[in-house]
Design a protein around this ligand. Structure first.
Ligand SMILES: Nc1ncnc2c1ncn2[C@@H]1O[C@H](COP(=O)(O)OP(=O)(O)OP(=O)(O)O)[C@@H](O)[C@H]1O
Ligand SMILES: [Ca+2]
Length: 870
């Protein structure tokens, strides 16, 4: 295809792409999708099943196991060798399956958060996933959108685009739709083209797609993007670190045990080696890292079902330790359903419900409200499209039987300056009976400052300090009731022409309209829940300070000793002063997105983990800076979603608090699972070390330990990961984000519980030894160790006794226990297993001993808890 679309006029571009201004037909689109493929960048080649399978063997542990298998083979124990290899292969298969499952779940999360585009097809405006876009599609762009394909601009209104991902230039570029002459024009100078990967920072436009997927400029320069590669979370990195340290310690101990066996117990080298191998196998927690991954993945899936879509796995962990949530007001804490309450013009305040248009000033106010707005409404059904603030205005028009559509056809819009939250104004230019007039609406304080006149029923009068004070008085009174106040003004223009920001001055102030945006009922509960959980909620809003404070009081964010700041006050504060007041500032009002970075940085300077919400284009940097950046799924811009770590599918503040609860419970569950696995391993380690010091034979064969570590221990560990959130979890302060999971209490528990289970196993060993010999001793020790660890699963569900926890409150743990018993019975009682698992038959007495000894540690732990009233 001819690439030089910049030389063509919009009409020529449409012709060449064979599309009308109604967009492609759906059959055309389907055909082009088949021809050009989905609009996405090729990701780094996916790993093949075989490669992933092979990877499972690249592990220190596996090397040790292979060594064990070889040693077994040379000692004439071929069955053992076969079992070890079988187990290794089984483990590798499980690991492979789990890798692809985790990848799939990550992909489905990614699909949920994929950018969308507003496209015109069959003359209809649709919102579709960006990968469905094809060449020839007509796409609408507005501030906050990501450009998802390359395209020629057909029409644009003050469009500014940030192309830094392509050109490295961080300043936004202004675009036009005029054709450009010349053959060779650098990308940066193709002002009538937009490119995939850029961000719309300002204005609006309509483009026709000229290239998609790998045909885009980004596709050409992009080295293969390996987006599916998941980065490890801090916890996973910590555990990797722990594992490698553990491996070192184990090797040292193994060497010690080996030498001890040879020199003190005068064992053969082969037998001594078996000791060392048993110890290594006993100590290495094979299943640990996969179990952490599984629990994290299950956690994100649960969160997604509750409307919190996790984009970065590490957000799950950070959520669990969040100490402060900085939230937008409008739409997140409040319903974003605005209804006009009062209007003020020409010195008269009237209720929105019972007002009649008494004079010209009021009529002008309504006219500006309807013309200087993009919202539309079907006045029969009440269905509306657009920004809720503007919908409220259109609704107001409806109450007088004035329909915005009729007005807008009568006075077409000649030019506009779009709303942005930095400026807090929106302006449009129209032809009126008095010639071209600029209409502006926006924040009261901004607009009043720029007004030199006031419109009365008898025409404009000069603005005096008294009039100003009167308007401010009305504004304050409205805001104190939590109403959002919008101001309206106009300005005659000499000629109809394109607007610049300098035109927004020298206004005739027309009036005020105040509207109510009630808090979401769930917000009040969620803020209270967060508070109980030691989490501070802070409101950050573009709205007026008085309005914001009134709402913050209603929701429970603003309490005794708290204060509110506005953007100007924040600017005048030094960092030291801010740091000092920070804990008491409940509301930041009239802030621009740049302030958000300063606020989040201040909290982080205190060492706090901060979550921050954002929806606009300019919120992206703050979302990236926060520990958990939270974007709005419904009202959020694509740019903000791109920058966030979590997306709220329902825009609801309460969902953040729910996600925090889930984050905490995932962390607690992982900790319990780790404690379970490590204490079980500790039992085996202590038993093996004891046997080697006492000069006994090896209590466990490698195959025994593998059976426990990979099968009977994995199930309860996963069940622990599925433990439902404890009711008291949100009554505690957040955990210290810097504290290691392997803290002293944890290690003490691991050692203590491991010691108990180890003693039980060795007692069984001695009983077997006395009854018959090493073969029975080893079988009894193995059976006791397995069973005791299965029982121990119940102890690790929490710190409370099982009476308090309720045996049935985690059915998975019961199921895991049942399956574990079944597997053990299979090994002990099916004759064919005897030679494979090196077990000898147990009689009734042996079984009774095993049962009693295996249950003893759990009984002891549970009784202690009951006596302690836990
Ligand atoms: N569509 C609009 N046209 C003109 N002015 C607007 C419009 N929407 C909001 N404003 C004004 O700009 C101010 C800031 O709006 P902005 O959207 O940045 O924040 P917000 O939605 O009020 O609060 P939050 O940041 O909590 O979502 C508002 O208080 C209002 O005065
Ligand atoms: Ca906002």
């Amino acid at each position: 295809m001819d690439q030089n679309f910049f030389q063509k006029t919009p009409k020529q571009a449409l012709e060449q792409l064979q599309v009308t201004s109604d967009g492609l037909t759906s059959s055309q689109a389907a055909q082009r999708l088949a021809q050009y493929g989905p609009n996405q960048l090729a990701e780094g080649k996916k790993k093949s099943v075989l490669a992933v399978f092979a990877e499972q063997f690249k592990d220190l542990l596996v090397a040790i196991l292979i060594a064990a298998a070889l040693i077994s083979m040379f000692s004439g124990n071929l069955e053992s060798t076969l079992v070890i290899f079988a187990v290794l292969i089984l483990n590798a298969i499980l690991g492979t399956v789990q890798y692809f499952k985790a990848e799939k779940s990550l992909e489905s999360l990614k699909a949920m958060s994929a950018p969308s585009a507003k496209v015109l097809r069959d003359g209809q405006r649709l919102e579709i996933s960006s990968d469905q876009i094809v060449p020839g599609d007509i796409i609408e762009l507005e501030a906050g959108d990501l450009v998802v394909a390359d395209g020629r601009l057909l029409n644009c209104w003050s469009l500014k685009v940030n192309e830094s991902s392509l050109t490295g230039e961080s300043e936004a570029v202004e675009k036009t739709n005029e054709a450009i002459e010349g053959e060779q024009v650098a990308l940066g100078d193709q002002k009538n083209m937009v490119f995939s990967g850029s961000l719309v920072t300002y204005g609006r436009a309509v483009m026709v797609v000229t290239a998609t997927g790998m045909d885009t400029q980004l596709g050409r320069i992009a080295t293969l993007m390996n987006q599916t590669q998941q980065r490890k979370t801090p916890l996973q990195k910590n555990l990797d670190d722990f594992s490698s340290k553990l491996a070192m310690v184990i090797m040292v101990i193994c060497a010690g045990v080996f030498l001890l066996s040879i020199f003190r117990s005068h064992m053969t080298i082969l037998d001594s080696l078996m000791f060392a191998v048993a110890l290594a196998v006993a100590a290495i927690p094979e299943a640990l890292s996969s179990i952490v991954t599984i629990v994290l993945a299950m956690g994100t899936q649960k969160m997604a079902r509750q409307n919190a879509i996790i984009k970065e796995l590490k957000a799950v962990e950070s959520l669990g330790s969040v100490q402060v949530i900085c939230s937008d007001k409008t739409g997140t804490l409040t319903q974003n359903r605005m209804t006009v309450q009062n209007i003020w013009a020409d010195g008269v305040l009237t209720r929105g419900t019972d007002l009649e248009l008494a004079n010209d000033a009021q009529r002008t106010l309504l006219k500006i409200a309807l013309l200087d707005s993009d919202a539309t409404m079907d006045h029969e059904t009440g269905a509306s499209v657009g920004d809720p603030t503007e919908v409220a205005l259109v609704q107001l028009g409806g109450r007088f039987g004035v329909e915005e559509r009729a007005y807008r056809t009568q006075h077409p819009r000649l030019a506009e300056l779009a709303f942005d939250s930095d400026r807090k104004l929106m302006s449009t230019l129209h032809n009126t009976d008095d010639g071209p007039t600029l209409y502006t609406k926006g924040a009261m304080d901004v607009l009043l400052e720029r007004s030199t006149q006031l419109l009365t029923a008898n025409g404009p009068v000069p603005m005096t300090p008294e009039l100003r004070a009167q308007i401010q008085q009305v504004n304050r009174q409205q805001s104190e009731n939590g109403l959002r106040v919008l101001a309206f003004a106009q300005r005659p223009m000499k000629e109809a022409r394109l607007l610049t920001l300098e035109d927004e001055t020298d206004y005739t102030f027309v009036g005020l309209i105040s509207m109510i945006d009630p808090p979401r009922p769930e917000s009040i509960q969620a803020v209270a829940d967060a508070k109980k959980a030691g989490i501070r909620t802070v409101m950050i809003t573009g709205d007026h300070k008085v309005t914001a404070t009134a709402i913050a009081k209603q929701i429970g964010i603003f309490g005794e000793g708290d204060m509110s700041l506005d953007g100007v006050e924040l600017d005048s504060m030094s960092d030291e002063e801010l740091d000092q007041k920070l804990p008491h500032i409940a509301v930041y009002a009239r802030v621009s997105p740049e302030h958000k970075i300063r606020i989040v940085t201040a909290w982080q300077r205190r060492g706090c983990i901060a979550a921050m919400t954002g929806d606009g284009v300019n919120d992206a940097p703050a979302l990236k800076k926060a520990d958990v950046g939270v974007a709005m799924g419904i009202t959020g811009t694509e740019v903000s979603k791109d920058a966030a770590a979590m997306i709220l599918a329902d825009d609801n503040f309460a969902t953040i608090v729910k996600a925090v609860l889930n984050g905490r419970s995932v962390y607690a569950n992982i900790r319990n699972a780790i404690q379970f696995l490590l204490s079980g391993n500790m039992a085996a380690i202590l038993a093996v070390i004891y046997a080697s010091i006492a000069g006994l034979s090896v209590p466990f064969q490698p195959v025994h330990l593998l059976f426990i570590n990979l099968l009977t221990d994995s199930l309860p560990a996963i069940a622990l990961g599925m433990e439902p959130a404890r009711p008291g979890l949100m009554d505690q302060p957040p955990r210290d984000p810097n504290a290691s999971m392997m803290d002293k209490p944890m290690l003490t528990r691991v050692f203590g519980q491991g010691l108990m289970i180890g003693i039980a196993s060795m007692t069984a060993f001695y009983i077997g030894l006395n009854q018959s010999g090493p073969a029975l001793a080893s079988t009894m020790a193995f059976a006791t160790l397995t069973l005791a660890r299965l029982f121990h699963g119940f102890n690790c569900r929490g710190k409370e006794s099982i009476v308090k926890l309720g045996l049935g409150s985690n059915v998975y743990s019961l199921m895991a226990f049942g399956v574990g018993i079944l597997l053990l019975a299979l090994v002990l009682f099916v004759p064919a297993m005897e030679s494979l698992f090196l077990v000898s038959p147990l009689n009734g007495f042996d079984l009774l001993c095993v049962l009693g000894l295996a249950f003893a540690p759990t009984l002891l732990i549970q009784l202690t808890r009951i006596f302690q009233g836990r």
